[in-house]
Design a protein around this ligand. Structure first.
Ligand code: FAD
Length: 161
């Protein structure tokens, strides 16, 4: 998408010398076809019915966005290692925005209405929910305190192997 980041500045980053913004996608001649095969999954991001498969991002629910792909991806990777080591898997609590997004989308996918929606930190239904539940904040210290209270500080930095 066209971003507010200036193209000339973006092109100074190594590897992005020829970057372009393409918006509308495919010059308005194509469509973005997605969500054709969403995997049923647990809130630990394990694919239901397959013992050694984890998923994240758009594949793991009706999530939209890079942040959603990254946060679910961290959890999926972390739990894949835990699972392989026979350790209990991590579930992110619902008093963290990520934990609530993961669990909420899983509940919603059970209903026809819920399957028609998409879930993102960036807007629509889930953004309103975050505000209602007091999960939305731009205060990094508050977020750190929240994570700390749950004893989850730097949880993904834990060396498991
Ligand atoms: C036009 C457009 C604009 C967007 N703008 C924004 C934005 O501004 N901000 C934002 O946060 N989000 C935006 N999004 C959404 C965001 O890009 C996606 O939600 C996010 O990239 C999803 O990440 P993902 O890893 O789940 O999937 P993807 O990034 O789609 O990655 C899936 C990968 O799997 C590969 N793959 C598929 N099938 C196979 C196979 N059988 N074998 C091997 N590889 C396979 C695909 O080639 C792809 O590389 C936008 C999306 C679109 C389409």
């Amino acid at each position: 998408m066209t971003s507010y980041y200036p193209l000339d500045k973006l092109r100074k980053i190594e590897g992005l010398e020829d970057a372009k913004f393409v918006d509308p996608y495919a010059g308005g001649k194509g469509n973005s076809i997605r969500y054709l095969s969403v995997a049923p999954r647990s809130n630990q991001m394990k694919v239901i019915g397959v013992d050694n498969l984890f998923c994240a991002g758009e594949k793991s629910g009706l999530f939209v966005g890079h942040t959603e792909a990254m946060t679910t991806g961290f959890l999926a990777g972390h739990n894949a290692v835990r699972s392989q080591l026979g350790m209990p898997m991590l579930t992110l609590p619902r008093n963290l925005a990520t934990g609530d997004l993961i669990a909420y989308a899983n509940e919603k996918v059970e209903t026809i209405e819920g399957r028609r929606n998409r879930y993102t930190f960036a807007g629509a239904e889930f953004f309103n929910r975050m505000k209602e539940r007091g999960l939305y904040t731009l205060d990094i210290d508050e977020i750190k305190a929240r994570v700390s209270k749950l004893s989850l500080d730097n949880i993904f930095d834990q060396k498991l192997v």
